[in-house]
Structure formats: structure tokens, C-alpha cells
Design a protein around this ligand. Structure first.
Ligand code: KG4
Ligand code: ZN
Length: 334
């Protein structure tokens, strides 16, 4: 007998739905919200309203793309935490209502665990235990995945996330929100060693990005005093140099984690794992240090419901269901 899961992701500013049968993703529909661009960041209230408008058409599209009826769904999964509370509530209430109406089990998924398990969507897949560097807009973590349901954080940021370091640097360079993908684009034509920015000295496997932000800010302030068009004249090299510094900070810690754990199956995940420089760095480290490396396809790096569906599939196998009293949570441990 096959298992069909409908999954919903609405933690931030993407409304997404996915259908997965026996761990195979059949659809992954994502509605992006353009409304936030003009404000230079996500406006929570506008995000919730857009989710309300998007959720029914997005779920419909996920079902029809997968050629699937509501009556054949075996379980409904949703992102329970962490995220913007108003956004999470739209997805969680929708999923709970559908679970009640169809009388099918409900599965609550942790967004950051789902980013890690996005590496299990397509072949080649890592085998357990594996390490994952999860880099998103709100989190930066090194995780040991012992099994699909046993994930352990062994390092994380003590201040900004890697995605924030990208987005805040981009903002200082006059690039629109979210700046991460634009830094990636400009960096491809720039010299990563042209400018040098501060790298933090943090013990253990934790990260810090606030020093880098200050270093970029003061550097640009000083250079603009000498040449008011400094940013315009050097945007590609600036992007390449900022990106190079962020990647160095990330990869040095990831290497340390492989040495401490002895694990050589190494994955990346989260929005920043779409970054071409980071994907190349992972490959290079893999070749140099004899790691087996994995990264999700681009569509499974930034927020998407397919990663919620694959995580829910393993929870379904473990019969790890939620009841209707489950609530969305903005911040959540795992
Ligand atoms: O995982 P995600 O979609 O949402 C969160 O859970 O936060 O991550 C979004 C973050 C943003 O900071 C965005 O700028 C960054 O991922 N990002 C990138 C790239 N694509 C997305 N950063 C650098 N290079 C990219 N290509
Ligand atoms: Zn995310």
C-alpha cells in the first residue's frame, strides 16, 4: 500500500504545497510574495494576508500537478515552527481543518529539520549519520543527522544568520531585498580576494556574523569618503569578497565538525545553500578532504513544501502524528 502525503509550508513569505508518494516528490508549488520588496524586508502582517490569498490555489495546484485527489491523501503535514507566527498560523489552521474534514492524520514538521532532510529528496542521498550545514535567513547550524527523526545541533550562530549576513551586506551595497541571490550573481564576475573583511575568532563549532557586518559598514564608509562612486565602481569585487568571507567562515567550521565527529558524509541545506560559491566550496573541500558531499536541487534549498513532505513521510513511517491541539510556534527547540 502506498503512502500519499500533502504538505504545506508557510513559515515566512513563501506559500508552498507539495504532494509526495512513498518518499517521491510529485509536486512542489511555491508562490513567492513580491509585496515585501518595496519595504526591504518581510512585513509579517502582509505575509499572513498573502498566505490567506495563496493557500487554496497553491494546494489545488499541488494536487492537480501530482494528478491526485484529496480523497487519496493519507496524511496532512504542515510547518509548525519556527517562523513568523501569523504566517505559520495560516498553514497550520488550514492543515488542521483539512485533517479534521478528511479524518486523516496530521503531521507537525520543524522547518529547520525539514531543510536538513531536503537532502533525502533525490539521489544520490547521504547515508546516516551525516553532517549538515544548514544556512538560511534566520538560522545557521551544523547538525548531525543520526536518523531521519534524530537530529542533533552541534554548532550554531551566536548572532546573525549567514543569510542575514548576505542580505545586510547587500543592503549596504544598495541591492534590493533579498540581496543574497544578487550577491551570488555579482560575485560571479568579481575578484573574491580584492577586499578583505573581518573573520570572527569564535571557539568550537559556533558562528558569528555581526563582526563581518560592522567590518563591511566601516570599510564602505571610509572608501566612499575617497570616492563617492566606490560601490558602483566595485560592486562585483565587493560582492565576491563579502561572499568569499562568509563562505570561508562557514566552511572552516564545517571542516572542524568533520574532524570532531569523524563523519565524512557532508550536506548543505537552506536558502544560502543555493549559493553557487558555497556549492563549489563544498565540492572543493570534498575533493581535498575525501568527503562525500551532497546539496539539494535549487528548488529544495529555499523555502518549499517538498522538504516538509519528505520529513513528514519519515514521521508517518514512525507514526509520529500530532493531534488537533498542536499549535504553531514562532521559536522552537527541537
Ligand atoms: O531557507 P530560506 O529560503 O528561508 C529561511 O528559512 O530563512 O533562506 C532565505 C535566505 C535569505 O537570506 C536569502 O538571501 C538567502 O537565503 N539566499 C541566498 C541565495 N539564495 C537565497 N544567499 C546567497 N546566495 C544565494 N544564491
Ligand atoms: Zn527556511
Amino acid at each position: 500500500m502506498s503512502t500519499t502525503i500533502l504538505a504545506i509550508e508557510s513559515s515566512c513569505d513563501e506559500t508552498s504545497a507539495s504532494v509526495c508518494i512513498d518518499g517521491k516528490i510529485l509536486s512542489n508549488i511555491i508562490a513567492n510574495q513580491k509585496v515585501h520588496e518595496q519595504y526591504g524586508g518581510v512585513v509579517p502582517e502582509l505575509a499572513s494576508r498573502a498566505h490567506m490569498q495563496n493557500i487554496v490555489p497553491v494546494v489545488d495546484a499541488a494536487l492537480s500537478t501530482a494528478n491526485c485527489q484529496l480523497s487519496t491523501i493519507d496524511a496532512i503535514a504542515f510547518t509548525q515552527a519556527p517562523g513568523l507566527i501569523g504566517s505559520l498560523l495560516v498553514g497550520s489552521q488550514f492543515a488542521k481543518s483539512l485533517s479534521l474534514a478528511l479524518n486523516k492524520p496530521l503531521i507537525a514538521v520543524h522547518h529547520m529539520q525539514a531543510h536538513v532532510l531536503a537532502n533525502l529528496i533525490a539521489e544520490p542521498k547521504p547515508t546516516f549519520p551525516f553532517l549538515c550545514l544548514t544556512v538560511s535567513g534566520g538560522h545557521t547550524q551544523i547538525v548531525v543527522a543520526h536518523s531521519p527523526t534524530q537530529l542533533e545541533i552541534i554548532g550554531e550562530t551566536i548572532d546573525d544568520a549567514a543569510g542575514e549576513a548576505f542580505d545586510k551586506s547587500a543592503k549596504m551595497l544598495g541591492l534590493p531585498y533579498p540581496g543574497g541571490p544578487l550577491i551570488d550573481k555579482h560575485a560571479q564576475n568579481g575578484d573574491p580576494k580584492k577586499f578583505k573583511f573581518a573573520e570572527p575568532q569564535i571557539q568550537g563549532l559556533d558562528f558569528s556574523f555581526s563582526g563581518l557586518k560592522t567590518s563591511v559598514l566601516y570599510f564602505l564608509r571610509d572608501e566612499k569618503l575617497k570616492d563617492e562612486n566606490f560601490i558602483e565602481n566595485n560592486v562585483d569585487d565587493l560582492c565576491a569578497s563579502v561572499q568569499f568571507t562568509i563562505i570561508n567562515i562557514l566552511m572552516k567550521k564545517l571542516k572542524k565538525a568533520t574532524e570532531q565527529t569523524g563523519i565524512k558524509q557532508v550536506c548543505i541545506a537552506g536558502g544560502v545553500s543555493a549559493n553557487k560559491g558555497l556549492r563549489n566550496a563544498l565540492k572543493e573541500y570534498g575533493e581535498k578532504y575525501n568527503w562525500q558531499t551532497f546539496n539539494p536541487a535549487f528548488e529544495y534549498c529555499t523555502d518549499n513544501a517538498a522538504m516538509i513532505a519528505i520529513t513528514a513521510y519519515y514521521k508517518f513511517l514512525a507514526k509520529d502524528y500530532a493531534d488537533l491541539s498542536v499549535t504553531a510556534t514562532a521559536r522552537a527547540e527541537w
